[in-house]
Design a protein around this ligand. Structure first.
Ligand code: AMP
Length: 198
């Protein structure tokens, strides 16, 4: 890991909806001993709990749009201030646009922290749509209907895809093929991470 951070793992996981981020985030986080922090999961928990944050988030998540940055950033700032994130974390679903990249830098930089790597799971559009439609049948997620899936993929292409480029410029980006068995993809991610952070 970075030379000033001992055995920390401060990571973000990128990739299109349906690439398997949630599944892989849970597995990687367990292996690395850090919390997996999914902004989508936090929004869903708040929607379910009927909180004010949940009511705001639902207006956007239901349409496949990004929740406004000021809402999302404040939530991530609070979550990363929790003691369990002090030695590392794996962010799943954040940052999702270039402004959030800057905000994450500011949140971490304020107490001398920095990212160790950005892992990107790649998968083509046809595969992800098929996976998401299958997940819709199993989990019944409100935003897994075909029109909302299409919108989420467009939002990804327009707003989230540029995030990878920013991390590539900093030599933090590691890309891993997300097609294959779940275990295989986890092994690829761990191997890629080991080669990135040394
Ligand atoms: P996910 O579970 O990551 O697919 O996220 C589900 C939905 O939550 C997204 O379609 C967005 O509406 C919202 N969301 C999750 N993460 C973010 C984020 N970083 N910024 C804005 N909206 C987000």
């Amino acid at each position: 890991m970075s030379s000033d951070s001992g055995s920390t793992a401060r990571l973000v996981l990128l990739g299109p909806p349906g690439a398997g981020k949630g599944t892989q985030a849970a597995r990687l986080a367990e292996r690395l001993g850090v919390p997996a922090i999914s902004t989508g999961d936090i929004f869903r928990a708040n929607i379910k709990g009927g909180t004010e944050l949940g009511r705001t988030a639902q207006e956007y998540t239901a349409r496949g749009e990004l929740v406004p940055d000021e809402v999302t950033n404040a939530m991530v700032r609070d979550r990363l201030a929790q003691p369990d994130a002090a030695q590392g974390f794996l962010l799943d679903g954040y940052p999702r646009n270039t402004a959030q990249v800057g905000e994450l830098d500011a949140i971490l930089g304020a107490d001398g922290r920095a990212l160790d790597a950005a892992l990107e799971i790649t998968a083509d559009a046809d595969v992800v749509v098929e996976r998401l439609l299958k997940r819709a049948e199993i989990e019944g997620r409100a935003d897994d209907t075909e029109p909302v899936i299409r919108r989420r993929l467009d939002v990804y292409a327009e707003q989230t895809a540029p995030v990878s480029g920013l991390y590539a410029e900093r030599d933090l980006l590691v890309r891993v093929d997300g097609i294959g068995e779940v275990d295989e993809v986890t092994d690829r991610l761990l191997a890629a991470l080991a080669s990135q952070v040394g």
